[in-house]
Each structure stands twice: as C-alpha cells, then as structure tokens.
Design a protein around this ligand. Sequence first.
Ligand SMILES: [Zn+2]
Length: 262
Amino acid sequence: MVSRVTDDYQSMVVAGCAAVCEPAFWAGFDRSSADGFYDYFCQLTEHEPKRAAKFGLPHYCWLCINPKESEDVKLASDVIALIPKFLERQTVLGIGEIGLNKNSRNEIKVLEMHVDLAARHNQLILVHTPHLEDKLKGTRLILDVLRADSRIKPERCLIDHVEEHTVKMVLEGGFWGGMTLYPETKCTAARAVDMIELYSGERLWMNSACDWGVSVPLAIPYAALELRRRGHGAESIDRLIYQNPKRFLSQCPKFKLPDATL
Ligand SMILES: [Zn+2]
C-alpha cells in the first residue's frame, strides 16, 4: 500500500475486503542505508495502519529486507539487526517477503539469515519466489533452505507467486502456496482458478499484486467473480478467499479480524 493512494483503501473496504497484509517490499528505488529501512519499518507499522484504519480496514505487515535489495550482505545484516524490536509491534505478522530474486549466492546467504531470524523469534514466514525463467530453480533452492533448518515448520510458511510448474512441489512439501494475481502478466485469476481446481485448494490462497507495475488492489474480488463464473459455490469461494488466508494468518496470535474481536 506504500505505492497506493488512499482511494484504494476505500475501494477495498467497499468491495468487502476484511484486512490487508502488506509485505516489506522494494521502494521503487534502492535504499542507500539501513536508516532508510528503519523509516520504512516505521511507515509499515505506524503510518499505514493509521491510514487504513480511517476506512475501518485492519492493516498488518511483514518485515524484512526484500530479495531485490539483498545483494549487499553487509547492508542486509544491518537491516536484519533492526527487525527484532519491530517484531513486538501489534500488527507485525512475521518475516517477509524474503526469498530470491536472481538466485545469487548473496541472496541465498541473506535468505538463510532471515530464516534464522524467524526461527529465533518464532515468526511466520512469507516467501517471494523469482519470476520467469528463474522461478523453478529459485523455488527449489528456497525450499531446500527452509528444509535445512529443523526449527522451521512448513505449515507456517507461505511460498508466494506459485505457478503451474512450482505449485505441486510447494504443496507436497507441506507448505502453503500463494498465487499473486496480476491483470495480464504473471498469474491471472483464470490461471489461479485452474490451479485451485487441479490441487483442491486446501493450502492455497490468492493475493493481489499492488506493486510499481500495472496491478489491481481489487484482484481478489475479481477472482471471486471468476470462481463463480466457473461454477464454484458460495462456500467454496468463502473458503478460498477468506477462510484459507484466515487459517494461515491466525497462526500468528496477533492476527485478528473485526468479527473475531466482537
Ligand atoms: Zn514478491
């Protein structure tokens, strides 16, 4: 939501969104110091929840230095050292989106540092998988890193941006899979519904890309329309777009939806 205007919050509330969960991401430019990340973490944990609350929308976030900026290991370790004190904040769900971008050696090192941070603080993990030709290899490398740490439970990790060629290995490993919806490029609602129909949707959910490219904050309500068009009933749609994310996110005791706090 850092890249979005306030009207987007209003549209999401009107469309029935119950909460927004924002991963730490790239600012559209590389930050030059750990201080830039300190300010960003304040923005994610203080400013954005206030902006969303004006429209009655609970705002949660994930913290990390994202893979796109993980090539500089010294900068990454300085940023990771800032994170523990932010983990105490009420709207922080865990560590993410960590993962790989170009599958480089330094990125893997920084991924391992994040996984260790999550394990030491018993945090949920949100993982970014690389796009295009790097995705298959990158997803394999990421699952290897997670499996190599015996403290990590796969059911507490969401592997995001799965596609047709990676979804099976993610689900078979006991992890959750996230399908990030874009209007045209990458995963569309129609492709996401194909994957749901092939793999039952037990540990799958969809999320909307809201980044610096063309992307749609209402991607989930539109995907619900696609599900209905394909013959899914109200109960099945509710499970996929509401109960599944709620089930995964509720593993963090801080995650509460308005109806759960009444
Ligand atoms: Zn991502």
